[in-house]
Design a protein around this ligand. Sequence first.
Ligand code: PGA
Length: 250
Amino acid sequence: MRTPLIAGNWKMHKTPSEALTWLGDFLPKLSDQNPNADVLLGVPATHIAAMAARAGGGPLGIAAQDLSAFDEGAHTGEISGAMLRDAGATHVIIGHSERRADHHEDDATVHAKVAAARRHQLVPIVCVGESEEERDAGQAEAVVLRQLEAALGDMAFSDAGQLVIAYEPVWAIGTGRTATASDAGAMASVIRDALKRTLPAVADGVRILYGGSMKPGNAAELLAQEDIDGGLIGGASLQTDDLLAIATAA
Ligand code: PGA
């Protein structure tokens, strides 16, 4: 009942012109293969307007990778939700572990950004995930639940489509190490159960993604897990054929 969501995360890769060349290759193939999944691409803010115009409301959606917690004002270098939305983004990745690490984003910042996204009708893709030390110490579930609870607080969602959660174990991101499908699926179920407690009206419809070295060779097994409804894909989203292979595996 949940349509899978395959979301690329380009991180800081490709220039705007390279991105348009990439789309020229990707969009016809996406239409041809017509996967049974929603497909989204998280791109640098500089790319959003041109890519959204080119994708033109078709089967590929464009997402931002971050947004400001503020709506407007004297915040040099920041990009607001209104700007991203007007440029053509529909979703925004929030609380990615690289931002938590590189930019010291804590749970309170993540919560403020989720609120900002909602004020501007952007669907937040809220990233949660434990580090290797936390997993080894048996803390994985506790960390993920803490991050989830802090990110959402007591926000209300009237429609399951207004929220996406991405479970991304930090030790699996960009490392080539993937969580086993059963471990990833178990954590997705823990997240679903938490949502059922806090957001009972929408929990069954919220899409929970797995992220961390998902690629064509392992996607089908991960996506077959009951509570994994898609992927957040870094490295493999840079190649059109890899992203398509994952989308068609969904
Ligand atoms: P990866 O990145 O697929 O390159 O591991 C995933 C992510 O960081 O979202």
